[in-house]
Design a protein around this ligand. Sequence first.
Ligand SMILES: [Zn+2]
Length: 188
Amino acid sequence: MSAGFPDFRLGNVLATSFTGTLSERHGTAVERIPTPQRLVDWLAVNGLAVDSCTTAQLGLARELRESIHAAATAAALQEDLPASAVHVVNERSVQGRAAAVLTPEGERRWQLSPASCVEDALSVIAADAVSVISGERDGRLALCASPTCRAAFFDTSQSRTRKWCDMNTCGNRQKKARFQANHRKARD
Ligand SMILES: [Zn+2]
């Protein structure tokens, strides 16, 4: 299913996992939802299965993604939120018909409207972004320390000192770079 396409990065915060579908924004950018089907795949992995996706809906998704990224970045830097980004996030949030429901095990699931359309799924992501950016959730918005990444991520660690959006990618790369630099120094 994913043959030939970049893998997804998994996170536990929906809104910032979604913005992570475009990574290395300040380096060689990697688009992880290059086709409508890959957005369908991403949504399924994140508990928002939809029946189908058109090119126009993929466009809406990417517009929402970049708007969340812009607003979350501003929030992390404690700057004013860009009005156009806020507009897009709100627009997507109000245009869905998703409902939170409880499973018998007491877990929260998202139930999309019978049409299970992409707009419903995007409204869940937009609402998640609202809760993260508004500061109503326990955590801290921060920007990844990797200069080629600078992704906005939501730090829920106890110390609130996380530096990288993802330990397995940006964190590891940084550690390796430091190790190699020290190694070189030791050799010289
Ligand atoms: Zn990063």
